[in-house]
Write a new protein. Structure first.
Length: 235
């Protein structure tokens, strides 16, 4: 009845002792599966340092496969059914989420809450409380404020060949040269018209894609109509 995707918490990954991120990701992936997720993404161990290397991405994939094929948790539809702890936490999450929704509704909706800076203030306050907890030792982060090493471990990080950028630029240039420019411009104009009104823009975006309009060109037309979000300073 409820299908949802889960991604492990990138915010929990640490640059210190990055191998420990494999353990963090495994626990989070297992929790997601126990919770009934239908789709799962596992972060790579090196994502606190940069884009994942092929080896790190493979370990992340193998993490999912071990949970799926070796752990046995997928053999039961609801392996934690009846757990008082889980049911209590679920009720608490539901209650606190409802409070948030009621507060946002009272502001006039999510768009109004964003405009007032409420959402950004809540994110900033949460990050501040967490950082204070780490610095005070109330929250333990392995390798960061406890169980540190004098000599930090080094793992390979991804280095992207600059030639890839130039090759992609040439590919885009070639597409623009061989596409029907008149048809591409027409679809962009229709997209802009739709964006200025109340029409569903998704079919217009698909028309643009079929006319070989680039993502950048589509985004620029939408920016011209809707502008671009600028994060406000909140205190």
């Amino acid at each position: 009845m409820l299908r949802f995707h889960t991604q492990t918490a990138g915010s929990s990954l640490t640059a210190q002792q990055p191998e420990v991120n494999v353990v963090r990701t495994t626990i989070q992936a297992l929790a997601a599966v126990l919770g009934g997720t239908q789709s799962l993404h596992t972060n790579a161990m090196d994502e606190a340092l940069g884009l994942p290397t092929q080896e790190a991405a493979r370990v992340a994939l193998r993490t999912q496969q071990v949970v799926a094929y070796e752990a046995g948790v997928t053999d039961t539809a609801d392996p934690l059914a009846g757990s008082y702890a889980i049911e209590t936490l679920t009720t608490e999450i539901e209650s606190r989420a409802s409070e948030y929704l009621e507060k946002i509704d009272a502001m006039g909706g999510m768009l109004r809450a964003i405009e007032q800076g409420y959402v950004q203030r809540e994110i900033q306050e949460s990050a501040y409380r967490y950082q204070r907890a780490i610095e005070s030792g109330a929250a333990v982060v392995v390798g960061v404020n406890e169980f540190r090493m004098e000599q930090e471990s080094q793992i390979p990080t991804l280095r992207v060949d600059p030639a890839i950028e130039q090759a992609q630029v040439e590919r885009v240039r070639a597409v623009r040269q061989r596409r029907d420019s008149e048809a591409a411009n027409l679809t962009l104009e229709k997209l802009e018209d739709a964006a200025r009104g109340t029409e569903n823009v998704l079919p217009r975006i698909l028309d643009c894609v079929e006319a070989y309009v680039t993502v950048g060109e589509i985004s620029n037309r939408l920016r011209a109509v809707w502008g671009e979000y600028r994060e406000g300073l909140t205190m």
